[in-house]
Write a protein that binds this ligand. Structure first.
Ligand code: MN
Length: 287
């Protein structure tokens, strides 16, 4: 299944068509305050397959191009991110003072993972709103793994059973000396989209092509087979520190070719097996 969200609606994507399957959400369990952590839809995805199929039979159909897509994950609790997880990007980060800012760029095995604020998540239709136009702000395309079932100290062998699906992630980054979590947690600096592809549709997430272009110029091109630490290892490692909950997002790291974006730019990001999304970059309105 390919599930997208637009306005407050849930859509099933087939080719260039989106069928409104919002009616299937009635099958979700009722919740009351204090709401449990995690994303209710992602957590209940297996049970929702039949209601979604039923809703799709007479759901309203839209042309994909007519919709403004928001993040396919509505209520992520945390965004876990791998700092430098492609060999060529490690070399690039070490050689560019605009990226490393006089800090040592260490291998992921030593630095571990970091967290981005969940409030930084936006969808492709929301675009990226640049808050610090005087600072270098870079694009990073990454395979985003969406957790479907709670993972607490899981083994590498058991890790993939906890994955709900995948989407394209953009880890937008203000370069500078401050902590990563600050520079990468600006509102709209985690783009997720264009939709969630459920795990059953991706035979091998460790063999996906990634491509990112800005204004038609290719900047990043790689394959997830070149990840230094693979997806099962990332999940096992993250879950050794904190429980991963349904709707949590794991950004797996970016390959070489990161570069600046400015208001007016148009990003096109593609991952094979998932799709393509276009994301506009704009300036924040003054306050
Ligand atoms: Mn990144």
């Amino acid at each position: 299944m390919r599930l997208c969200r637009f306005a407050d609606r849930l859509g099933l994507v087939t080719g260039d068509t989106v069928t409104d399957v919002t009616a299937a959400l009635a099958a979700l369990p009722a919740q009351h305050y204090p709401f449990p952590r995690g994303d209710l839809l992602i957590e209940n995805l297996p049970a929702l397959a039949a209601p979604i199929a039923a809703a799709a039979r007479d759901g309203r159909r839209h042309a994909l191009k007519d919709l403004t897509l928001v993040s396919p994950v509505a209520n992520a609790g945390k965004v876990v991110a791998a700092p430098v997880n492609y060999r060529n990007h490690l070399d690039e980060a070490r050689s560019d003072p605009g990226i490393h800012h006089q800090r040592e760029v260490a291998e992921i095995q030593r630095v571990g993972l970091f967290l981005k604020a969940a409030s930084s998540i936006a969808g492709p239709g929301d675009g990226i709103t640049i808050r610090h136009p005087d600072r270098r702000t870079d694009h990073e395309i990454e395979l985003a793994v969406v957790i479907g079932a709670a993972a607490d100290r899981v083994t590498r062998a058991d890790a993939m059973r906890h994955v709900a699906g995948y989407c394209i992630g953009l880890d937008i980054t203000v370069r500078g000396p401050e902590e990563r979590s600050l520079r990468k947690s600006v509102d709209s600096y985690t783009t997720l989209g264009p939709w969630l592809v459920t795990a059953d549709e991706i035979a091998d997430p460790g063999a996906l092509d990634l491509m990112l272009a800005v204004n038609g110029e290719t900047r990043q091109q790689a394959n997830t087979r070149d990840l230094i630490i693979g997806i099962p290892e990332l999940i096992a490692f993250a879950s050794s520190f904190y429980t991963l909950l349904p709707g949590d997002v794991l950004l797996t790291g970016t390959p070489e070719g990161v570069g600046p974006i400015v208001p007016g730019d148009l990003i096109e990001a593609t991952i094979s097996g998932i799709g393509t999304m276009q994301v506009k970059v704009r300036a924040a309105a003054p306050r």
